[in-house]
Write a protein that binds this ligand. Structure first.
Ligand SMILES: [Zn+2]
Length: 308
C-alpha cells in the first residue's frame, strides 16, 4: 500500500511523519457529533485547541496537517491545512466540520469529498491513503470527487503493478469499466454554431474551442440541451470546470476570489493578471435568445462548483 512509504518519526499529537524525505506534523482528533444544537444531523466535527505543542508545530518550518479520525468507519478526514493556519492566528480554539455521510462513503469508495459552506473541500479517506494525501497535499484539495477517486485508483494500479507477482490479478490484467451517461452527438456542433465558433469569454476561435456543459455532465441535471451549453476555449473551459472563473445570471464574467486566495496561499497563482486580462466583462451571447444559457442552469452550475 501507498502508506508503506509513510514513516513515523516522533512526537505526541501532533506526531511527526515523513514521506519521501518530506516531514509533516500530523494532529489526529476523534470526530464527534457537532453538539445538541446542530441543525444538520449529518454534521460532525473536531475541535482543536492551540496548545503549546501544537503552536510550536505551527511555528516550525514543517507542514502541519490536521486529521479527524472516525472510529466507526476507520476513516480519516482532512481539511485544507493552508486555510486552517490562518484561523489559528485569530482564535484559540477552532472547530472543523465534516459529514457522517461523506465518511461512510469514503469507507466504501476509499475516498470521498464534499464542499463546505465556505466552498472548501473536506476529504475523507481510508488510512491506507495517508501517504497519497500527504504526497499530493499542495493540490489535493482542488480535486473534485471523481478526480480523487481516479487518483486513488491510479495509485492502486501502480501499487499492484509494482508488487511481486500478480496475486490479485491471476490473468495478468484487469479491465476497468466506467459508467458513461448517454451523450447527444449533436451537442458540440449546435453549441459551436450558436457561438460562431468562438469562446464566449474571450472570443478566441483558432480551433481551440470546446463545447462546455454549464451544469457539469456528471451532474444528474447536466443535460445536452443548448440551454446547458456554452462555447469556451480550452483555457476557459478548464478554468470554468475548476471554478476559477464563472458567470452570473446577468452574464457578468467573474473570478472566484475564494479560489484565487487559496491558490495564492499555496503558491499556485502565477499568471493571474494575464488570465484576468484575457476574459471580457460579459459573456458574448448568441443573438438568438433561444440559444442562450438557461438561468436555472447557471445557478445550479455555480452551486455545483462551490460558488455561492
Ligand atoms: Zn476563452
Amino acid at each position: 500500500m501507498y502508506s508503506d512509504n509513510v514513516v513515523f518519526i516522533d512526537g505526541n499529537n501532533p506526531y511527526r511523519f515523513s514521506i519521501n524525505k518530506k516531514t509533516f506534523y500530523v494532529l489526529i482528533k476523534n470526530v464527534h457529533e457537532s453538539g445538541d444544537g446542530r441543525e444538520n444531523q449529518d454534521e460532525c466535527r473536531i475541535q482543536i485547541a492551540n496548545t503549546r505543542n501544537f503552536n510550536d508545530a505551527l511555528n516550525s518550518k514543517t507542514e502541519v496537517i490536521v486529521l479527524g479520525y472516525f472510529a466507526d468507519e476507520k476513516v480519516f478526514t482532512a481539511w485544507n491545512p493552508y486555510l486552517m493556519r490562518d484561523r489559528f492566528n485569530q482564535k484559540q480554539t477552532i472547530s472543523l466540520y465534516s459529514r457522517f455521510s461523506v465518511q461512510l462513503q469514503a469507507a466504501i469508495s476509499k475516498i470521498a469529498t464534499y464542499r463546505d459552506t465556505n466552498g472548501q473541500s473536506v476529504i475523507s479517506f481510508l488510512p491506507d491513503y495517508l501517504g497519497l494525501y500527504l504526497e499530493n497535499l499542495k493540490n489535493i484539495h482542488l480535486l473534485d470527487n471523481s478526480e480523487l477517486v481516479a487518483l486513488v485508483n491510479e495509485s492502486d494500479l501502480l501499487n499492484a503493478n509494482n508488487s511481486d507477482g500478480f496475486a490479485d490479478f491471476p490473468e495478468g490484467h484487469l479491465t476497468i469499466t466506467h459508467t458513461r451517461y448517454k451523450r447527444d452527438p449533436r451537442f458540440k456542433s449546435i453549441v459551436y454554431e450558436a457561438y460562431n465558433n468562438k469562446c464566449a469569454m474571450c472570443s478566441i476561435g483558432l480551433e481551440l474551442i470546446e463545447a462546455a456543459h454549464i451544469v457539469p455532465h456528471s451532474h444528474e441535471k447536466g443535460t445536452d440541451e443548448i440551454g446547458n451549453g456554452i462555447s469556451l476555449c480550452a483555457l476557459h473551459h478548464t478554468a470554468y470546470d475548476r471554478s476559477l472563473i464563472y458567470f452570473d445570471t446577468d452574464f457578468n464574467i467573474l473570478i472566484n476570489t475564494t479560489k484565487m486566495e487559496y491558490l495564492e496561499k499555496v503558491g499556485l497563482d502565477s499568471g493571474f493578471r494575464k488570465f484576468q486580462a484575457l476574459a471580457f466583462d460579459k459573456i458574448q451571447l448568441p443573438a438568438n435568445h433561444t440559444l442562450r444559457p438557461n438561468v436555472e442552469n447557471i445557478n445550479l452550475a455555480n452551486q455545483a462548483r462551490g460558488i455561492n
